[in-house]
Ligand binder design. Structure first.
Ligand SMILES: [Zn+2]
Length: 451
């Protein structure tokens, strides 16, 4: 049996950076020892001072294939992932056609992914009006959990649910032990705001911001806390933007409610005050809010009140972003950023006193735990040898044209970031090496429960 050895002066294992050697057999971490422990012969990589960390896990990615592969596709998205140090993605059930709301459509998605993956990809199923009878089948077929919207999703195949549908689905999901991810905005406050902004300039970011008030998020989260408690169900708030909801979330979690929460790098990096007129590459829902809101999200993240970070990578063709007209109200809501989560978060975190162990908790362990992906998100004996090798002190300027996802429009274009990915390993195979993809398409379709 051939053994691969990866070593560096800074391996992140058991929550700390230390000199270590990692011995890999058949794609699995077989042993972790001192820097000199496994000799230097054979298939041996010495990464010196570079950080060796678990491959990132991103549980909120829209790949849109089959059906809307012109927006993004498995090949481009997973290459971008490999280049960004990600080794596992859990893909959202909507924007593909069909949406992943039945066992049949789940099979169609797995078939579309097969043979195209540079990293591992698993799938969330969807909860939409009328598909409660499909939920058990989807769970058994291997989706990692479910996603629903409380407001229109932006695509007609994936309809929003309300409290009655949640009351139907949650007992089923609770019995299965499956988590429900929720786009947490309620329509009421958004409808009220729509009247208020009707005459405002659609090119101004403040118009978009006002049209998606914090109340929509706060009220949705209050409802989800009540329902999670009532049905003893696992509920996960995706892409939290409103810091006003944090006290309720903290209280519910302290009381043992099974509610978890993520936020995204763009809410932690950008602020509404800085978004130029017509800069629709910043549009997402819920919106990027004020600087003061961002600081409260940071405090919650650093205090452990936010479980994980996910990119919510959701690109579309440039025309749909209304780049020419700069119309925030008509532009597609979604930020393209998959490849940049690590450097964006590291650039911000290092200025706020957080370390690489926190980065791994937010971008590796936290997401792996949410989805229950086995053997991912840690450098530990028995885990998959999924690793990113990167230089935390190196800097680069984001050249959008060189990003690997399909459409290059991104709010990170031109930004100076810290943290350069040197190599990515998936199950011990080097899948990315400074601009090269030495082992293309070795990613697998993951199903819940598989090792
Ligand atoms: Zn999303």
């Amino acid at each position: 049996m051939s053994t691969l050895v990866i070593r560096s002066q800074r391996v992140l294992t058991e929550g700390e950076l230390r000199p270590a050697s990692i011995a890999v057999q058949d794609g699995v971490i077989a042993a972790i020892g001192g820097f000199e422990e496994f000799g230097s012969g054979g298939d041996h990589h010495d990464f010196g001072e570079a950080v060796v960390m678990p491959g990132l896990v991103d549980t909120h990615v829209h790949i849109n294939e089959p059906g809307r592969a012109d927006w993004e596709g498995f090949e481009t998205a997973t290459r971008a992932a490999a280049a960004g140090g990600l080794t596992t993605l859990i893909e959202m059930p909507l924007n593909s056609i069909p949406a992943t709301t039945s066992v049949e459509s789940f099979r169609a998605k797995m078939a579309a992914a097969e043979g195209q993956l540079a990293v591992d990809v698993g799938f969330w199923g969807g909860v939409v009006p009328g598909n409660t009878p499909e939920l058990r089948g989807l769970h058994e077929a291997g989706v990692f959990g479910f996603k629903c919207f409380l407001v229109p999703s932006g695509v007609p195949e994936f309809e929003a649910v309300g409290e009655p549908e949640l009351r139907e689905a949650l007992p089923v999901l609770s019995a299965l032990g499956a988590v429900l991810l929720v786009h947490s905005e309620l329509p009421g406050p958004i409808e009220t705001a729509a009247v208020e902004v009707a005459g405002d300039d659609p090119k101004r970011y403040s118009t978009w911001l006002k049209s998606r008030p914090r109340a929509a998020e706060n009220e949705a989260i209050a409802l989800l806390i009540r329902l999670s408690r009532e049905f003893d169900a696992r509920v996960h708030v995706v892409h939290l933007s409103s810091s006003d909801a944090l006290p309720d979330l903290r209280r519910a979690r302290a009381e043992g409610t099974k509610i978890t929460v993520e936020t995204c790098p763009h809410y932690l990096r950008f602020a509404a005050e800085e978004i130029r007129e017509g800069a629709t590459e910043f549009k997402c829902a819920p919106p990027i809010r004020e600087r003061e809101n961002r600081e409260l999200l940071w405090q919650a993240l650093l205090a452990g009140s936010i479980d994980l970070l996910a990119s919510d990578h959701s690109p579309c063709p440039p025309d749909m972003k209304c780049a020419r007209t700069g119309d925030f109200m008509r532009a597609w809501g979604g930020i393209a950023s998959l490849e940049l989560s690590l450097p964006v978060m590291w650039t911000e975190a290092r200025q706020r006193g957080a370390g690489i162990a926190e980065i791994a908790r937010w971008l590796c362990q936290g997401p792996a735990k949410l989805a229950g992906v086995k053997g991912k998100g840690a450098i530990a004996v028995g885990c998959a040898a999924d690793m990113v090798v990167w230089h935390p002190d190196a800097q680069f300027r984001v050249d959008a044209a060189t990003l690997y996802h399909r459409h290059k429009l991104t709010p990170y274009a031109g930004r100076e970031l810290h943290g350069v990915v040197k190599a990515t390993f998936l199950r011990g195979q080097k899948i990315y090496d400074r601009g090269d993809f030495p082992a293309p398409a070795v990613g697998r379709v993951l199903r819940r429960g598989q090792a």
